[in-house]
Design a protein around this ligand. Structure first.
Ligand code: FPP
Length: 241
């Protein structure tokens, strides 16, 4: 549903591009994976901060469809990190009321990792305190292409009239179909680009590009960013009141 103008309360859905792990590690003369491990530790703190900040939905970009271009060692290290992270945090998510979802194309991921992801989604499915969505092998263009493929299949099967297709129809086929659009997209590490993240969903999102590297992104910095959001006037194409 289209949001209404002047809704200046805090962001209900925050999406984060967690960038800067590699530079954080380099500053310490450590391997890149050391930075990713530090980045993974930050995730817990940010998830835990959400309820007090009024953030109901948190979506984090963990691995993009383009990240396969990294060295084989870094990709393998990240995949191991994801497996360990899910295994280790799953029970905490259950007890802390966090519902976990994954978006992206799972088919290219290791079957064991896919199993863990499915299991984590299943056992947290009743939770409602925070909705954590982890984008893993996610690319927004890939997501839209997959959505269009599924939509075309329904047209071909005679289940969908092409004349009836509108924005809402396409939204229904996206990985994020059960989520509201992000109100705020944060990117850490000083880069001001969105790198194929939630392109369709962030049409009316506010953006914050923060210089802090992801492993240094504390809950205090998160709270400051959320505080600034409240001062923004969101118009969604309308004229100010
Ligand atoms: C970008 O930093 C970060 C990634 C591609 C991986 C993100 C992963 C994590 C934060 C850790 C694990 C997350 C979970 C959910 C367990 P970069 O490597 O591009 O940094 P750089 O630009 O400084 O090189």
């Amino acid at each position: 549903m289209a949001p209404s103008p002047n809704d200046t309360t805090g962001p209900r859905h925050v999406a984060i591009i967690m960038d800067g792990n590699g530079r954080w590690a380099r500053q310490r003369r450590r391997p890149r994976l050391f930075g990713h491990q530090a980045g993974a530790k930050r995730v817990r703190e940010i998830v835990e901060a959400c309820p007090d900040l009024g953030v109901k939905y948190l979506t984090i970009f963990a691995f993009s469809t383009e990240n396969w271009k990294r060295t084989q060692a870094e990709v393998a290290g990240l995949m191991t990190l994801f497996r360990r992270y899910i295994t280790k945090e799953m029970q905490t998510f259950v007890t802390e009321g966090v519902r976990v979802r994954f978006i992206g194309d799972r088919r290219r991921l290791d079957p064991k990792l896919q199993e863990l992801m499915d299991h984590c989604e299943t056992i947290t499915a009743v939770n409602t305190k925070v909705h954590l969505t982890i984008a893993l092998n996610y690319g927004a263009r890939d997501e839209v292409a997959r959505a269009i493929k599924d939509l075309a299949r329904e047209v071909k099967a005679g289940k969908l009239d092409p004349e009836s297709v509108d924005e809402t129809t396409l939204t229904r086929f996206l990985d994020t179909h059960v989520l509201p659009d992000p109100d705020l997209v944060i990117r850490t590490s000083g880069e001001a680009r969105i790198s194929n993240f939630l392109l369709w969903q962030s049409a009316y999102s506010e953006y914050e590009f923060i210089d802090t590297l992801w492993p240094d992104f504390t809950d205090e910095i998160f709270a400051e960013v959320i505080g600034r959001f409240g001062k923004r006037e969101r118009r969604f194409g309308a004229v100010p009141a």
